[in-house]
Design a binder for this molecule. Structure first.
Ligand code: PMP
Length: 473
């Protein structure tokens, strides 16, 4: 690779690269960071400046960058083969990853279908769910119910279940209709929910931590789901949820017991439950999988991002033996194929990175480490309880959304075009921290394995930047 200067890299990027989720007109007027290296919890740019990776490199890194054990595993695998197909063949790394996932995932989840991105893991789940009913003589059970505001990826099926006008209006002709039930969103309560947002700051907690309000909100949303199932279960293949916390929807937390309620309704009305743990899986909630913390066993679990430690593209759709049996068939006449596959399905390098990642969870006791990190975050952000421009802090494990507002009195948001949270995040960059917002929400996404000294530094920068910012009145 050529050794360009930073300015040359930027000029070439502007000339040739189209970035995801980016208004390219604005991008090409700015000087982006060009990241050249990673080291532990840090990203290092082409000028040698170090930044704490507060976004886990888009929510996927788990143990840090250039982790010796993962690097060595990938190099060893590279000494054997970089890629081979799973079509008509098998390979040791993918077999071992599937075996380990079956041991790690809840009870009946024993069969693993590999792909290479979060969106494909969810697409596969959709096709499995529809196929499951079709092959049992119920082709009418082919629709999905999702959570309002859901985001499951950017392929056509996942866009359909996570449709939003802001993102998808030009593609409306491509998506299929999906029903959604309201999410228990404290700051944007569902239409028809009568209670107003609790103003409990003086009592020492955030609105989204208000137990009484949460119970009412949860019951309301589950009630709406049940109404939909009463009339539509006969044509519904599955309910699709991002368990415990909806990330891209605005870091929306689900109250304890909400997911259990969804599971019970799925069982009662005989529809499958698909849990999309692409973002929340692999330690981020303080459990290996978010469903573990809720004692929920979905029929299909979608995994990606952290599965390879955030190193290489790998995804897994893990299904119950019962779903597998409908395809594998007890009888020769009932053997079916899932006509789906990708070239890099089960790539051996990515699988080698995954195996090393799984080992590091045990070796470094990452789950307990992440739980302590969650306590540190929780404690430290209390300092912002009396800040007039913070509407809510929503946290599950190490995943946090700090929602800014112009006024707490009426939960008034900032003018969208002012990009307030984005500007506050940019000020953190000067202090050596990379954070990305979602609208008015500052999202903290440290690696589950981030060293506590670096997490503490990250929290110092975040709290200081918010306290020092002169917010528009
Ligand atoms: N599901 C969820 C919950 C996600 O957060 C994301 C990505 N952020 C996806 C699916 C899609 O993953 P990918 O970008 O790897 O396709």
């Amino acid at each position: 690779m050529k050794n360009y200067t930073t300015d040359e890299w930027i000029a070439l990027d502007h000339k040739h690269v189209w970035h995801p989720f980016t208004p390219m007109g604005y991008w090409r007027e700015q000087k982006p960071l060009v990241i050249e290296r990673g080291e532990g919890d840090f990203l290092i740019d082409t000028d040698g400046k170090r930044y704490i990776d507060g976004v886990s490199s888009l929510w996927c890194n788990v143990h840090g960058h250039q982790v010796k054990e993962i690097d060595d595993a990938v190099k060893t695998q590279l000494g054997k083969i970089a890629h081979t197909t799973l079509l008509g063949m098998a390979s040791p790394p993918s077999i071992e990853v599937a075996k380990r996932l079956s041991e790690m995932c809840p009870g009946r989840l024993n069969k693993v279908f590999f792909s290479d991105a979060g969106a494909t893991a969810v697409e596969v789940a959709f096709k499995m769910a529809v196929g499951y009913w079709f092959h049992q003589g119920m082709p009418e059970k082919c629709k999905f119910i999702g959570l309002a505001g859901a985001y499951h990826g950017d392929t056509t099926g996942t866009m359909s279940v996570g449709y939003s006008d802001l993102f998808h209006k030009p593609f409306i002709s491509m998506v299929f209709p999906v029903s959604s039930f309201p999410a228990p969103d404290t700051c944007r309560p569902p239409h028809g929910f009568e209670k107003s947002m609790p103003k409990c700051y003086a009592e020492g907690h955030w609105p989204s931590e208000d137990k009484e309000h949460n119970e009412a909100l949860s019951a309301y949303c589950l009630g709406k789901l049940e109404e939909m199932l009463k009339s539509h279960a006969g044509e519904t293949a599955a309910i699709v949820v991002e368990p415990v916390m909806q990330g891209a929807a605005g870091m929306v937390c689900q109250p304890k017991g909400f997911l259990k309620g969804v599971e019970q309704l799925a069982k009662k009305y005989d529809v499958l439950l698909i849990a999309d743990e692409v973002a929340v899986g692999f330690g981020r909630t303080g459990h290996l999988f978010a469903v573990d913390g809720e004692h929920v066993e979905p029929d299909i679990l979608c995994l990606a991002k952290g599965i390879s430690g955030g190193y290489l593209p790998l995804a897994a759709t893990v299904v119950s033996d019962e779903i597998d049996r409908v395809f594998a068939g007890d009888d020769v006449m009932e053997r079916r194929t899932l006509y789906h596959g990708h070239t890099y399905t089960g790539n051996p390098l990515a699988c080698a990175a995954a195996l090393a990642t799984f080992d590091l969870f045990e070796k470094n006791d990452v789950i307990n480490h992440a739980r302590k990190s969650a306590e540190m975050i929780h404690e430290r952000l209390r300092e912002l309880l009396d800040h007039p421009n913070i509407l809510d802090v929503r946290q599950r494990g190490t995943m946090v959304g700090i929602e800014l507002c112009r006024s707490r009195d009426d939960a008034e948001p900032f003018d969208f075009s002012k990009r307030t949270a984005a500007e506050v995040c940019m000020s953190m960059r000067e202090e050596g921290l990379i954070i990305r917002p979602l609208g008015d929400i500052i999202v903290l996404m440290p690696m589950p394995g981030m060293k506590h000294e670096n997490l503490s530094r990250m929290l110092d920068v975040v709290v200081k930047a918010i306290k020092q910012w002169s917010f528009e009145k």
